[in-house]
Design a binder for this molecule. Structure first.
Ligand SMILES: *Cc1c(COP(=O)(O)O)cnc(C)c1O
Length: 389
């Protein structure tokens, strides 16, 4: 059946791909060993250094974000090595499971899935590790299942305060290019990202930004690796090439995405996300619902996870919204399945797109028979109008 107008893709990744990026990818595939290709390699790898804010190498894998998780672990750790992981939510927990399957011993700091990683708890844990058996600390910057942001710069200070040598590995798959992130300034050893969230591309590219310290560790690391080997990738990139066929058309899109982010200005991009997130939270509060994240300082600018009142299934609500208003909202994941729905307001999103999404939610609540206080849309609209410059 034909559905008029555009589908509203309001999930926190994959995010909508702007027409400009679709056009940039709409080219015949080229010879990745041909003469023009080195320029694209240079443009995308160097361009990503400007997005990650780092001087060290950025490697680009043709893979989902999960591949870059694996790459970060197999390049820096060896089977039996210990990693400290903070379970901020579903994604942190899946990353830990992946580590276990790679025979990494994972020690976990549990949370209630309603806040970011606590720098003080991390410091306590590392302090107890007097023999420095923990080789890496793994933290998710923007926990996409809960809408909580972790304070990475403070976490680095906690590690440094007690002079623990562990590497800091950070998943910013849904944070990069939406929330502030500075690899060098924050002392991140491996930053992990993907193409389909803040970078506004289709799924299919994943990134590791690598510090000098992590690169040195990887050179002496005994873990066998092939597809994910940083050394092979970096060596080939230096000659403008890849060790295997790269996702050429996605790289065209990536070059365009980097240009678009700099045209708008990264600071402006971050401010836009924060403003849309604030408008969303004000709507949620007016409806009388709780956000999944409870820490005022740790709300995500990327998405808002909303808890429905007890006895109302969030997946049923999402289904009503999809059928009636042609909008996809994010589902609750892991142990909060059915309890929350998530509003993505990342990537190529503006005031009116957000207002459309919030309107669909408020109408959907009414259609689905979920009890709520009307006026959330008005509150958001008032906030956006008052802060429009
Ligand atoms: C999306 C996401 C992932 C998983 O990425 P895939 O591309 O699905 O493998 C991991 N971590 C976070 C925080 C994410 O948002």
């Amino acid at each position: 059946m034909r559905r008029p107008g555009r589908h509203f893709l309001q999930i926190p990744g994959p995010s909508p791909v702007p027409d400009r990026i679709l056009r940039a990818m709409d080219y015949p595939t080229v010879d990745h060993r041909g003469p023009g290709f080195a320029e694209l390699t240079r443009k995308t790898t160097q361009g990503m250094q400007s997005i990650f804010k780092c001087r060290g190498p950025v490697v680009i894998f043709p893979s989902s974000g999960t591949g870059a998780w694996e790459a970060a672990l197999v390049n820096t750790l060896t089977p039996g090595d210990k990693a400290l992981m903070v379970e901020t939510g579903h994604f942190a927990s899946v990353w830990a499971q992946l580590g276990q399957r790679l025979s990494i011993q994972t020690e976990r700091i549990e949370t209630d899935w309603r806040r970011g990683a606590d720098p003080d708890l991390i410091e306590d844990c590392l302090k107890k590790d007097r023999r420095h058996q923990i080789k890496a600390l793994c933290v998710v910057h923007n926990e996409t299942s809960t809408g909580a942001l972790s304070r990475i710069a403070e976490i680095r200070q906690s590690i440094d305060a007690i002079h623990h040598p562990a590497l800091l590995l950070v998943d910013t798959i849904s944070g990069l290019a939406s929330a502030e992130f500075c690899v060098d300034e924050w002392g991140v050893d491996v930053a992990i990202a993907g193409s389909q969230k803040g970078l506004m591309l289709p799924p299919g590219l994943a990134f590791n930004a690598i510090s000098e310290k992590a690169l040195a560790v990887s050179k002496n690391n005994a873990y066998p690796r092939a597809y994910w080997a940083w050394s092979e990738m970096i060596k080939a990139n230096q000659n403008g090439a890849f060790p295997y066929t790269p996702a050429t058309n996605l790289l065209y899109g990536l070059a365009e995405s980097i240009d678009m982010l700099h045209e708008e200005g990264l600071e402006q991009v971050f401010a836009r996300h924060q403003r849309l997130a604030e408008a969303s939270r004000r709507a949620v509060a007016t409806w009388g619902f709780e956000t999944q994240c409870l820490e005022p300082d740790e709300h995500s600018p990327v998405l808002t996870a909303v808890r429905l009142p007890h006895g109302h299934n969030a997946d049923h609500f999402r289904q009503v919204v999809l059928q009636r208003f042609d909008m996809s909202l994010g589902s609750g994941l892991g142990k909060i399945t059915g309890k929350v729905f998530r509003i993505g307001h990342l990537g190529d999103c503006n005031d009116l797109m957000l207002m459309g999404a919030l309107s669909g939610i408020e109408m959907g609540l009414s259609v689905a028979g979920v009890p709520y206080q009307p006026g959330g849309v008005d509150t958001a609209m008032g906030y956006l109008a008052a802060t429009a410059k």
